[in-house]
Ligand binder design. Structure first.
Ligand code: MRU
Length: 350
């Protein structure tokens, strides 16, 4: 199985380098866990489900390399464990990364009885492939559930990139967009440019363009005015971590968007797989928020725009309270209203 965003080739993790899009499509080949961790940190691969699946494959990369160097199963297991340690902290907010690494660690322990190093590597490759398959299917299911919530001729507004570039499948928040387009019920997508890394204008516009879906890029601050003029029917966003309370961490700007959406009485849908829910975080206040380099704010396309001495704040994510979320759309169904009991109910459903 492979997507254009990432794929595993025996011993190598191949990523589409998203830092270069939309100008250039170039692949980045990672043959060590360190290279994969750096690709995640520098956002060559990004988006919560994509970095989780990339990390899982990267553990398999490390195991396969160790198996090639002799085949002692204890050495292969140690290499996989070292890879887990390198990868798990590459980015802190998206729980999918930590959860994928946790899953790979469990697989290392579960397969302790395997006697050959190559068998251990193969078991870890199968584990990562299983996670990827799950996320691909989850995207398709979220697309179906989410499209049901949108009416005819839907005009939707999206933030950041939560599409095929952010997942191994068709996306989270963009999955209902693809589904509605296929059903003929989509009118247009307003795409927040998403300061400061411009995931909207660089990535979401790129993939919607490739798919032939009508869209308009807007500056983030135009959303409220579009709503005031009745141009938007619903907002769809993804998530990087959802607390047990239903509070949602997502790309910075999501909270402001939720506030203006509520002000205009419009639905605000969060679309995310259940792998993004972290019951260890009771509320949004427990979610770690990544602080990135202030240069991302002070520069535009590598050119300094702020005065030389100016400093900046650059939290990459913010937290939207559950009370502002109309519905949480997952692969297992829809929670609405979003409360600890409806979120818990979704997780217990299977
Ligand atoms: O910093 P990024 O680009 O990794 O942030 C991505 C987002 O915030 C997405 O909305 C989120 O990961 C959901 S992606 C399916």
């Amino acid at each position: 199985m492979s997507s254009s965003t990432l794929r595993y080739e025996r011993g190598t993790l191949v990523l589409l380098d998203q830092r270069l899009l939309p100008g250039e499509r170039r692949e980045l080949r990672c043959t060590t866990a360190e290279e994969a961790a750096e690709a995640i940190r520098s956002m060559a691969v990004r988006g919560a489900p994509a970095i989780g699946v990339a990390a899982a494959h990267a553990v398999a990369v490390a195991a396969r390399a160790a198996a090639a160097g002799g085949g002692d199963p204890a050495v292969v297991r140690r290499a996989a464990e070292d890879a887990c340690a390198v990868l798990e902290t590459a980015r802190p907010t998206a729980v999918n990364l930590a959860a994928a690494v946790h899953r790979m660690r469990r697989a290392v322990m579960r397969d302790a009885a395997l006697s050959g190093g190559a068998d251990v590597a193969e078991a870890l490759e199968a584990e990562a492939a299983g996670l990827e398959r799950y996320e691909v299917d989850a995207c398709a299911a979220m697309g179906r559930h989410g499209a049901e919530l949108l009416g005819e001729n839907a005009r939707v507004l999206v933030h950041c990139n939560a599409g095929s570039l952010a997942t191994p499948g068709i996306g989270t928040a963009l999955a209902p967009v693809y589904e509605a387009h296929a059903r003929g019920t989509l009118d247009v997508v307003f795409v927040d440019e998403t300061r400061p890394r411009l995931q909207g204008s660089r990535l979401t516009a790129y993939e919607l363009g490739e798919a032939g879906i009508p869209h308009l890029v807007i500056v983030d601050s135009l959303a409220a005015t579009l709503m005031l003029h009745g141009a938007v029917d619903a907002v769809l966003v993804g998530a990087d971590r959802i607390a047990a309370s239903g509070d949602v961490a997502n790309k910075v700007g999501t909270y402001a968007l939720a506030v203006v959406t509520a002000h205009h009485g419009l639905p605000f849908y969060v679309v995310a797989p259940t792998s993004t829910v972290d019951l260890a975080c009771e509320t949004g206040a427990d979610i770690p928020i990544e602080e990135r380099d202030p240069a991302e704010v002070l520069e535009l396309a590598g050119e300094r725009v702020a005065p030389a001495q100016t400093r900046a704040l650059n939290p990459a994510f913010d937290v939207t309270p559950a009370s502002l979320v109309t519905a949480l759309v997952t692969e297992r169904g829809v929670a609405s209203p979003v409360t600890s009991s409806t979120v818990g109910g979704l997780l217990r459903r299977f």
